[in-house]
Design a binder for this molecule. Sequence first.
Ligand code: LLP
Length: 868
Amino acid sequence: MNHTVPAFANDWIVLKFGGSSVSKRSRWDTIGTLMRRRAEQEDARVLVVVSALSGVTNALQAMIDGHHDMPSLRQQAEALVERHAGMAIELGLDVEPVLGARFAALRALAVDPRSASAELPWQAELMAQGELLSSTLGVAYLRTQGIALEWWDARESLRAIEQPNASEWAQHLSVSCDFMGPLARERLLAKPERFALTQGFIARAADGDGTAVLGRGGSDTSAAYFGALLKARRVEIWTDVPGMFSANPRQVPDARLLSRLDFAEAQEIATTGAKVLHPRCLTPCREAGVPMWIRDTENPDLAGTVIDGQAATVAGVKAISARRGIVLVSMETIGMWQQVGFLAEVFGCFKTHGLSVDLIGSSETNVTVSLDPSDNLVSTNVLEALCRDLERICRVKVIAPCAAITLVGRGMRSRLHRLTEVLAAFGRERVHLISQSSNDLNLTFVVDEALADGLLPTLHALLIESNAMPIDETAVFGPSWRELGVPRPPRVAWWQAERARLIQLAGRGTPTYAYHLPTVRERARQLKALEAVDRAHYALKANPHPAILRALEAEGLGFECVSLAEVEQVFEVLPGLDPKRILFTPSFAPRLEFERAFALGVHVTLDNPALLIGWPEVFRGRELTLRVDPGFGSGHHDKVRTGGKEAKFGMPLDETVAAAASAKALGTRVTGLHAHIGSGIFDANHWREVYARLASVADAIGTVERIDVGGGIGIPYQPESEPFDMAAFDAMLAEMKAVFPQYALWIEPGRFLVAEAGVLLTRVTSTMHKQGVRRVGLDAGMNALLRPALYNAWHGIVNLSRFDEPPGEPAEVVGPICETGDVLGRRRRLPDATSEGDVVLIADAGAYGQVMASRYNLRALPAEEILE
Ligand code: LLP
């Protein structure tokens, strides 16, 4: 390749590859392709920085840990020789000529007399062998692939900085390097080659010619140093994830890829928990003004994350991170209010014990600080010693383990007022400490560690998936982890086979709900197959359509009603139905509804014991079920959790026996206990717990015959979600019944029976592009289906008219209602040609769809059709 070296500096692009990216031949081919592409398409010079093959650095560390045992050192060195020889063979290289000298060096280190006392320079030199080996292999292989590249010794360019305060250990094994040194820069820039490859992690020791290594995150930092020294066009960190995300995708599958960040934000995210980049590798590029890209070796064409100084400043929460293993030390002053020097004394103790304080919260009488997790803390009794010292000046309490949950983003301060829902989410838990950084980039809450996992998805949904902190989406967020993931084969919904019929139906007018009765029956049969359940009822608040009620009655289900009107609807559709198949479970209903319900002979549930006193004649001599609040709630959204102190439903468990006694005094028999703790639940443990708690008071009442554990079974709205595990549910209930066989077990789900059976058919009214956001408008919105606006609920949205066309640009799907919240779905990949008149189907809308629809804006209610 003929290439004249241009005179300016930033024609370099630095590519860094980690262990797993250099451990397979195919990965080296990817590296070669990327090098060529950068050179050809961008007329760039390319420097590749590599880590050791995966596992090698750990193996070297193990040698150091067992340094006393020289025979074993030799054996371990041989194992490493084998490993690299194997790799050389995989790459089609002759082992001896390529690696012979490196193997000799490794073997020599294994018998080096310095190993006996694990001298630090020996340790550093040994640790460096991994990168020396991998880089040598890489250069040899890429040359056979026709790339004329040079092997650079990183130690010629990166020199460790003398750090007078650093320990001896750190001066050899965790060094920082000079990345602004004009000498190194000149030497590097004078190099004529177009392609070069060098080692991450290693540098020249500050005190001479020896080798030093960089410590954790070392290779990324090396790449950043080289980027800064070369004044590169950019540094690309190639790794095994697509970039930085708005939360840890393992905890939050809806976490969004962060397309563009500025250095300060990236630093904050890296420092507060994300593991993608080591926090220390950002500084060199930041100071030299070199952009950093994070890219995925498995998916080289994905855009990844770009970090640069030019990222537009947009206010809002960009990421939520969590650090576990946080220890809080709370210090209560004893009558020392306003005492001069108190804080100085306190912090003096931390210094004495070598503990660094991270977050601080203080009031007049209390100072609470957090300590970052460190080996020191776990492996020694430093905390005890600290407390002993502190107790001389204040009252001390250690709170651990905690997790620090940090919201990262610019301009948080101006947006605090929008955090009400977030604070409500935290409010249910105990927040030990809140801290807002003065750079207005982070807001941190410290909670019990056990709570963190549960809070993250909620916070993410509130802050990032919803509009709580609107950010110019396209500039900041890329696709979600879920969207990027390898999709599991999607479940086939009934409507896929009914497309033609549905389009025909839509021809009669839209919006229209269509309900597929075979699906309703199938779900009813699944419920009836639950062996532990003695009676199943349908909660018709989900969908009271007469055809559905008839179909479910025919399947043998009873009905659960929350209003007299629902009870009347059942009798109207099913005249002559045995009233004992109907449960009336009102909430703050008028007295008249209780009277009418008793008169109709249905089972009546009471959830407010005060009514027994207030309306004794209503209940006298009747049979009654008591609704109990078992003390906790659950569900897909705050608004549908119906247990616990915040919820209006049910009497507390410990008041139930007394309520039953009041009932008895009126000659009223309490024959049932009931609880419904929420809606959209997937974890069957909840019902077991409910059953157990109710059963625990049932005995004391003495007249209870049945326990109704409510509804709440979740359905998989998202294509990748797992369906509810009926078998596990049955097994769990059976387990409980075996303990309390004396009670009949009743359930009353709504959603499970009808949600998937219903679709909402709509038509596209118009489409629009506004400032980078694509919108598809439908003739139905929150007026027809309120769930997305009210709960941020996710419903599948499909263009039936273009079912076979490929997914298009992400679009926000909106309705015709005069509210910004009138959004049915965000980032939906409707085909690009989607246009006026197309029939669009909203999936899984059979439950809480039409019943919650309104005539808002005086739009007509959707029509309803039944499919047999
Ligand atoms: N039993 C009682 C006492 C209930 O309050 C409910 C629902 C059910 C049974 C049935 O719950 P299901 O199995 O359908 O989850 N509009 C919300 C759901 C509200 C549920 C109210 N109570 C939504 O669209 O998600």
